[in-house]
Design a protein around this ligand. Structure first.
Ligand code: NAP
Length: 515
């Protein structure tokens, strides 16, 4: 099964050992990144495997390959030679692996490493995307059968991830490492076993100043939350697709439940920039179920073989799972939204209440359908006013743009305000973060922002400062996730488990960052 390698990038041997000892139980091996060490620390490298007490990879990464070593190649070769020298008969005292680049060619040193049981990782780093000839490159990299091929590619698209995965599939070596670095490649690290990699690199992110490589996942999160060491080729894969998918609590929620129920399943963040490319991978990994978020709730409709009445009625899907015919589409935003709103205002319906909805995407459509079902009257306001008009026409609601005319309408529909656009969400748009700055809260509105990262969006902050009763989208996301869980697995989350999860999450705010 794939192993976890803790990447050590501290400036001193001592600090690396402190980190290793603190996180030892989450790692199967360590990588000493010599290129990150202070220069006067280099004398102590040779003793590191013995001090570490676990298999160690020796790596001196050059700056051209994304590392920090900028000296000459002669100096680097001497450093590698010194680190492998004085080999001990007991191989635990030697480096277990040495990472040597594809263009590294010092046969005597490589032979000496082999003689004393140090395996060679033959690596290639592409920092500018996937090379055209990646499969050909992989075929020619390995110089002898005992070498481990490592291909690390900084991916820029989901299509890039697809290409790296195909190259991994074509590579017939047993021990190989294929890594997609960066945001779109995060799942290649979590699903290393399915990607065909013999190890995944991770870091103790809260301890280090220098990240080992872009997109590395925290070692504790990888081992404890994703239960990386339990992922086999048979483990069922679920996940969330979206773009940007910078922060999400869904992996925390689902993996916590899977862990507590001891299910052979994992839930993975899938930042995706091309739905078509992603669904090719979904087939390869036999993905069982997906949460769908911004901006794909409508895009995925064309991929569904069957869907619920709710999906048909509102034209948005946030939940997909495998059925006999293909993908089944469901929408759990609707019930998640109405249950959360009614609990927030402490009512059983919305009769005699006037509601404004900002946005006209999937979430706004779910909100409009539920406001109508619960007897409320609403105005839909959106940047593209024609989309607001389309939704409003269905329920005989008012509509407008995000302008002065919209504000005038909004002031007449202000018992409840629902903010259902992504404006203000972490990672969405750092500059423009309040969808309706022109609106002045009176303090009498009940304001619900469907965003939950950050917990207090600029819009919600303004509302709270004006004295409004406010709620963010956290309660809704948990409610809709419970419904998703039931759709994915066929059973509900035990009530006891749910109350434990809700209180824990509230205290710790378990966001997963995907770089
Ligand atoms: P979506 O389908 O992509 O719709 C986005 C909507 O926001 C569109 O109407 C769009 O207007 C508008 N919008 C986007 N950028 C804007 C900008 N810069 N200024 C003004 N309007 C802008 O997204 P969605 O699925 O409806 O999700 C919307 C938000 O709700 C997201 O933040 C999502 O995380 C949140 N949400 C939360 C939950 C929960 O459980 N708490 C559930 C669902 C959604 P145009 O039509 O003009 O493009």
């Amino acid at each position: 099964m794939a192993k976890i390698c803790l990447c050590l990038t501290a400036k001193t041997i001592q600090r690396n050992l402190e980190i290793l000892n603190k996180y030892r139980k989450f790692a199967d091996m360590a990588e000493l990144r010599v290129d990150c060490l202070d220069s006067d620390e280099q004398h102590y490298i040779r003793s590191f495997p013995e001090l570490a007490g676990m298999p160690v990879i020796l790596t001196i990464r050059r700056d051209v390959d994304g590392g920090y070593f900028s000296g000459g190649e002669g100096a680097r070769i001497r450093m590698i030679a010194r680190s492998l020298a004085y080999a001990n008969d007991d191989s635990r005292y030697n480096f277990a692996y040495v990472d040597l680049e594809d263009d590294f060619c010092v046969p005597s040193l490589e032979e000496a490493a082999r003689t004393f049981g140090t395996k060679i990782i033959r690596s290639c780093h592409y920092l500018q995307g996937v090379p055209d000839n990646i499969s050909e490159k992989v075929r020619t990299m390995q110089r002898s059968a005992d070498e481990i091929i490592k291909m690390a590619v900084a991916v820029k698209t989901t299509g890039d991830v697809n290409k790296v995965y195909q190259a991994s599939k074509e590579c017939k070596s047993n021990d190989k490492i294929f890594i997609c670095m960066g945001h779109y490649g995060i799942f290649s690290r979590i699903l290393a076993e399915k990607f065909g990699s013999f190890l995944t690199y991770s870091s103790a992110l809260s301890e280090i100043e220098i990240p080992g490589a872009p997109g590395q996942i925290d070692v504790k999160v990888l081992a404890e939350l994703y239960r990386f060491r339990k992922i086999t080729k048979k483990t069922k894969v679920y996940g969330v697709i979206g773009n940007p998918l910078k922060t999400t609590i869904s992996p925390w929620f689902f993996n916590t439940v899977f862990g507590l129920e001891n299910s052979d399943a994992v839930y993975v963040p899938f930042p995706v920039n091309s739905i078509n490319d992603f669904f090719q991978l979904a087939k390869e990994f036999d993905i069982q179920g997906l949460s769908v978020t911004v901006p794909y709730k409508e895009t995925v409709l064309s991929l569904l073989s069957k869907y619920s009445n709710m999906v048909q009625s509102i034209g948005a899907c946030n939940t997909m799972y495998q059925c006999e015919e293909g993908w089944f589409g469901e929408n759990t935003d609707c019930t998640g939204f109405s249950d959360s709103l009614l609990a927030f205002i402490n009512k059983k319906h919305l009769k005699h209440l006037k509601v404004s909805v900002i946005g006209a995407g999937g979430a706004a459509r779910a909100a409009a359908a539920e406001i109508y079902r619960m007897g409320g009257k609403a105005a839909i306001l959106n940047r593209s006013a024609h989309k607001a008009k389309n939704i409003a026409a269905k329920y005989k609601f008012q509509w407008g743009g995000l302008d002065n005319q919209g504000i005038e309408i909004m002031s007449k529909y202000s018992d409840i305000i629902i903010q259902a656009s992504p404006v203000g969400m972490d990672g969405y748009d750092e500059v423009y973060n309040d969808p309706l700055e022109l609106y002045h809260f009176t303090g009498r509105e009940a304001v619900m922002d469907l965003i939950y990262t950050p917990p207090l969006s600029p819009f919600l902050k303004r509302a709270a400062a004006a004295g409004c009763k406010t709620i963010n989208g956290y309660d809704m996301v948990i409610r809709q996730a419970c419904l998703q869980y039931a759709a994915f697995t066929g059973h509900e989350i035990p009530a006891q488990l749910l109350s434990w999860i809700s209180t824990t999450a509230d205290n710790t705010w378990n966001k997963i960052h995907t770089g």
